[in-house]
Every structure is written in C-alpha cells, then in structure tokens.
Design a protein around this ligand. Structure first.
Ligand code: NAP
Length: 283
C-alpha cells in the first residue's frame, strides 16, 4: 500500500476503508472483507456506533497491529472538555480493543474545541495516539487552531469529491503541513457520480470504473481517500487503483466539475451548528 508521511513522521496509507453508515451488525463482516482485500487503514468514529465491531474484525484478522492504521473520532464534548475527551478516548479505545490509536480526529469544529484539542495533545505526548487531527474544519478554524496551540493537526478530513474539490483549502493545509483527507469521495453517489458522462468517458479510456477514476484523481492530488462499501467486489475494485495514471488533460477536465459547494451540509450554516450542538453521545 502506498503511504504518505504526516507532519510528525508517521506514515499513513493513502487509501483506506471508511465505515460510516455501516450498521453495527454488518460492520464486522465488512471490515473483515476489507482487511482480506488488502485495506490497512480503517476509519470509524465514536458517533458511527460501530467501533466494537471494527475491533472484533481487527482482532480476528490476525494482522499484526503495527501493520494497521486505525482512525477513530472524538464527538463534541462539553466542558470540562479535557476530562471528558480523555474519558471518551478511553471508551473508544476499549470498544476497539486496542491499546493505542494511529489517528484520533476531532469530529466537528464545535463545543469546547480548545479543551478537546489540548486533551488530544496530551494523548499524543503520552504515546496513546500516533497522530491527532481534525475533521470538518474550514481553513479559518484550522489556522486558528494551529496558531494558538502547540501541535499542528496532522490531518483535516473534509468533504472532498469531484463536485466539491477544496483546492484552496488544500493549499492552506499544504502551507501549514496538514494532510488533506477526503470524506464522501464518491459524494455517496450524489449527482449521479457513478454514471457521470465525463467520468464514465475517462474510465472507459483506462478500462477502469468511475469509482476507480475518482480514487485515482484523489490520490494524484495527494489526498488520502477512505471509500466505503459493504460489497466485497466493490472493496476489491476500490483498492485496485495503483496500475494506471490520469493524464494532465483528464485532471484538467475533472477540475471543471468543481461547483465549490457542499452536497451534504455546510459546517458554517447556523442551523447545522445548532442541530449538531444538540447531539451528544453517552461516552
Ligand atoms: N469526518 C466526517 O464528518 C465524515 C463524514 C462522512 C464520511 N466520513 C468518512 O468517509 C468515508 C467515506 O464517505 P461516505 O461513506 O460518506 O461515502 P462514499 O465513500 O463517498 O460513498 C459510499 C457509497 O458509494 C457506494 N460505492 C462504493 N464503492 C462503489 C463502487 N465501486 N461502485 C459503485 N458504488 C460504490 C457505496 O455503496 P455500497 O456500500 O452499497 O457498496 C455507498 O453507497 C466514511 O465511510 C467515513 O469513514 C467522514
């Protein structure tokens, strides 16, 4: 598996497996199949409700811990966020059955962000996590976090797909040494992504699928991708993307699909902030 090196020297696979919206009862099978297909990066979250199933699949895989790269995410914490974050971290780690995490992400840019981040910094210093990062941080919030804290996030995981390409955000991340990771790389199929005429034409030119073209496009941009699928044949398809390269003309053509707008929700929308703020996990 090809890797990228994060700002603290930790290597991360450039392609992994996401488990958002996989029901807990299907997750162990799906993750076991993904590991058998060759995935080594697993992306879950406390909020997905399937960390225990991910942990069972990891344990049953027999794969050495150091060969795996496991990410989970901290849900929004109330003050005192430092204590609450450490408790939430222990809960996630216990559910996953692990004694360290490779990457711990702050899931949303809300709540006591500073308290959460300082607790995450402590977890890194204590060796409990190899790297820490954030998700859904727009560039202004990301830079604010960077300039006012000790540890720069290794990763910002944000909505990124052909219809919302985040080129300006990626430049700011690069300038600060933050690795961009795409969530919703297929836009969950919205805008008829899998039958899009331009993407289909490019796919045909390479004898590949639209999904493979999209993943190759992300990888060519140095963006870490974590496609989700519950189907073994698609898991195999989605990891089989290292034997072709998009041309510069094809990259330019795909760049033309950017609408500059989210297909899901805007993390700056006050209604969304209010809605997410009401959600709390038990942990
Ligand atoms: N940080 C955040 O706030 C955040 C938010 C969303 C997602 N994420 C992470 O990012 C990961 C990926 O995003 P996502 O799950 O939202 O969506 P996604 O990967 O963009 O799309 C998943 C959808 O594409 C389908 N699919 C997968 N491979 C396919 C293929 N080769 N051909 C046709 N259809 C295919 C899947 O269907 P089947 O399953 O039926 O195959 C599923 O409906 C998540 O699992 C999660 O780990 C993070």
């Amino acid at each position: 598996m090809h890797t990228v090196t994060l700002n603290n020297g930790v290597d991360m696979p450039i392609l992994g497996f996401g488990v958002y919206q996989i029901p807990p009862e299907q997750t162990e099978r799906a993750v076991s199949e993904a590991l058998a297909a060759g995935y080594r990066l697993l992306d879950t979250a406390a909020a997905y409700g399937n960390e225990e199933a991910v942990g069972r699949a990891v344990e049953n895989s027999g794969i050495a811990r150091e060969e795996l790269f496991v990410t989970t995410k901290l849900w929004v914490q109330d003050a005192p966020a430092q204590a609450n974050t450490k408790r939430a971290f222990e809960t996630s780690l216990t559910k996953l059955g692990l004694d360290y995490l490779d990457l711990y992400l702050m899931h949303q840019p809300y709540g006591d962000v500073y308290g959460q981040w300082r607790a995450m910094e402590d977890l890194t210093r204590e060796g409990r996590v190899k790297a820490i990062g954030v998700a859904n941080f727009h560039s202004d919030r990301l830079v604010d976090l960077i300039v006012n804290n000790d540890i720069t996030p290794a990763v910002d995981q944000i909505e990124t797909h052909p219809f919302f390409q985040r080129v300006a955000d990626q430049k700011i991340m690069r300038d600060h040494g933050v690795r961009m990771q795409s969530w919703g790389g297929f836009a969950e199929g919205r805008n008829n992504l899998f039958t899009h005429p331009l993407l289909s034409e490019i796919a045909e030119q390479h004898g590949k699928s639209v999904a493979q073209v999209v993943l190759r496009w992300l990888i060519r941009r140095d963006v870490v991708a974590i496609p989700k699928s519950v189907r073994a044949e698609r898991m195999a398809e989605n990891i089989d993307v290292f034997d072709f390269e998009l041309t510069d003309d094809q990259m330019t053509a795909i760049a033309g699909l950017d609408t500059g707008a989210s297909l899901f929700f805007d993390h700056r929308d006050p209604e969304m902030v209010t809605w997410l703020a009401k959600r709390r996990l038990d942990a």
